[in-house]
Ligand binder design. Structure first.
Ligand code: BGC
Length: 378
């Protein structure tokens, strides 16, 4: 089985004609397109030369944001009046493949207020434009870019769901890093008159977020998973009970708030290795994970391998890839997680009863594996 080619096929086959990537075609709960998953998937398509696929995704995002951009004005008004925005006032994290908000009544259970995707898509778009030189696409997307920057300016300090769609009571360094990555990408377009004010605002805000992370998101020599938001005269504070989370890789790769060799990034990775990596491969999200029993996540194993490949540890990167290959189904499909060494096995069956077996194929798993393969080659 050629996992590389199969991964490309799975992604292309599951891209909606309008550009959206379904998170997982065989798992009903994931029959949506997430800005987070989608941005990494599009990035992987750019890495393997499938630029038309990536461009179609960014055009889809552009149409979605344009469709809902009026909400940003409403949100601005609410925040000015000191009102607390509810879930109808924010831009969603996932959409139907046709580009509409999903109709759900259980918002409390599965929150849509997740700010990271609005940074990720800007980061991914910039990578696409760097690789292809497609300035025409950039000009087509000026309005949704501006709306995203305005939106991020309004929401970055509001508590929201993290990238695992949990803990809406906190701020999350991963999400702030995604926003930074997106804003820095926009700032680099300062030569475009169509984006003039927006690039200046993006640059200033990116600087503010970097300072915020350097000031508040470090505890005991490493980056932390959650922060208590600032409240009535009190500064933001680390949430001490939460351990390390593998998504903290994002602070350095790909969002580059801090360098790959930053000592605090290094100690954070060492904590990930100590607490979340099994010998030979297999990375957990975080220690208290109970989702489907808390198995090892393929996309995170690939992400750590990507980091290894870029920091001169190619043997370890290959080890991660080998582990991933060993988890593939006979037809080559990669799941969201594998369940051999669960952290909380008693939680597995209740999830299977609720939503069916673990999602497979998961497009984001295939995307990260492609990114890892290209990084090992590069
Ligand atoms: C994960 C999210 C992801 C979504 C779709 C959720 O279980 O926590 O990070 O965006 O699945 O793949």
């Amino acid at each position: 089985m050629d996992l590389f080619q199969h991964s490309i096929n799975v992604i292309l086959k599951n891209q909606h004609p309008e550009g959206a990537y379904i998170a997982s075609p065989s798992f009903e709960t994931y029959h949506f397109c997430w800005l987070r998953d989608g941005s990494f998937i599009a990035y992987s398509m750019d890495q393997v030369g499938q630029h038309a696929s990536a461009a179609a995704f960014y055009r889809w995002v552009g149409r979605v944001i344009t469709r809902y951009a009026a909400k940003v004005d409403v949100l601005e008004g609410m925040l000015k009046r000191g009102e607390r925005p509810d879930h109808t006032a924010i831009l969603n994290t996932r959409f139907t493949l046709e580009g509409f908000e999903e109709a759900r009544s259980d918002e409390g259970e599965w929150g849509n207020f997740q700010v990271d995707g609005y940074g990720s898509w800007l980061w991914g778009l910039a990578e696409h434009v760097k690789k292809t030189g497609d300035l025409a696409l950039l000009l087509e997307l000026v309005e949704p870019i501006k709306a995203s920057v305005r939106y991020l300016q309004l929401v970055w300090q509001l508590p929201n769901y993290d990238c695992w769609e949990e803990h809406p009571e906190y701020l999350h360094p991963y999400s702030l890093a995604s926003i930074y990555g997106g804003l820095i990408a926009v700032a680099a377009w300062s030569a475009l008159p169509q984006l003039a004010d927006c690039t200046q605002r993006a640059e200033a805000l990116a600087g503010e977020i970097k300072r915020f992370l350097a000031t508040y998101a470090i505890h005991e020599g490493r980056y932390i998973k959650h922060l208590h938001p600032a409240q009535k005269g009190q500064l933001p504070k680390p949430v001490l009970k939460s351990g390390v989370d593998a998504s903290l890789l994002g602070l350095a790769l790909p969002y580059a708030v801090f360098d790959l060799t930053d000592p605090i990034v290094e100690t954070t990775i060492q904590s990930v290795e100590k607490d979340l990596l099994l010998p030979g491969g297999g990375v957990y999200r975080y220690k208290e994970d109970v989702y489907y029993g808390g198995g090892e996540w393929i996309l995170l194993t690939a992400w750590l391998g990507w980091y290894y490949a870029l920091t001169g540890r190619k043997d370890q990167a290959r080890e991660m890839l080998k582990w991933i290959e060993g988890t593939a189904a006979p037809n080559g499909d990669l799941a969201e997680q594998v369940s051999d060494h669960q952290l909380a096995p008693e939680h597995f069956e209740p999830w299977v009863e609720k939503w069916g077996p673990v999602a497979s194929p998961l497009l984001w798993s295939h995307a990260m594996t492609l990114i890892l393969q290209k990084a090992i080659e590069g």
